[in-house]
Design a binder for this molecule. Structure first.
Ligand code: BEZ
Length: 212
């Protein structure tokens, strides 16, 4: 059995045919954050809604410096025809590359779960950092459409941790208070947060969300 790809692992590179031409994944990332997500099959209802909605979020991804790329094990000519349906039915044209996978990328990223289906991918989402490491991995069954607003929320949290050394509490939403990560000493925190913090416990130090 091949080892599952886990948070913190290097995101493996690949080349693939997409609706926007041949792509080398690591060159595609090019210092950005990236979302790589699979959907089970073209011309299926849940996937159609997901791709339409993700297209509508283009501005939100761009604001965060995130590049989006989708994948299914389908032929490139099928992607092109389906993209027209997405535009007609979801009110948004596909505006990110969609990989026409022969199964090799799906296998590399563990997106095929043989006990669910031998051929179709589950609904995987990988968020990859500018360092090309896996930052988030989620998997949904084929019949459950994902919540892409939640993916944006996690990206906001990941970027706060990367840029400001803070973590986000339960059900956190953009603009709410955050937590100084345990690895930051009080001495270091005093430099970063000169206005101080609310020390609920020595390990639970709350500050307003930085960078706003
Ligand atoms: C869908 O995208 O609608 C779908 C795909 C596979 C199984 C169930 C639903």
């Amino acid at each position: 059995m091949t080892k599952a790809l886990l948070i913190g692992d290097d995101a493996p590179n690949f080349t693939a045919t997409t609706t926007e031409g041949e792509i080398d994944f690591h060159s595609f990332i090019d210092g950005h954050w990236a979302v790589l997500f699979s959907h089970p099959k073209n011309y299926t209802p849940v996937c159609t809604t997901e791709l339409g909605y993700t297209s509508k979020l283009k501005g939100e991804f761009e604001k965060r410096g995130v590049k989006v790329i989708g994948l299914s094990v389908d032929k490139i000519e099928d992607h092109d025809g389906w993209a027209k349906d997405i535009e007609d039915t979801q009110g948004a044209a596909l505006n990110f590359p969609l990989i026409a996978d022969d199964g090799s990328v799906a296998k590399l990223y563990g997106m095929i779960h043989p006990n669910a289906s031998d051929t179709m991918t589950v609904r995987s989402v990988f968020v990859v950092g500018p360092d090309k490491k896996v930052k988030l991995k989620v998997e949904y069954p084929a019949s459950t459409g994902r919540n892409f607003d939640e993916i944006l929320r996690v990206i906001d949290s990941l970027q706060l941790t990367a840029n400001h050394k803070v973590a986000t509490p339960v059900n956190w939403k953009d603009g709410e208070d955050v937590i100084i990560v345990p690895a930051v000493s009080n001495e270091e925190a005093a430099k970063q947060f000169p206005d101080g913090w609310n020390e609920v416990r020595p390990y639970l130090r709350i500050v307003p969300q930085p960078g706003r």
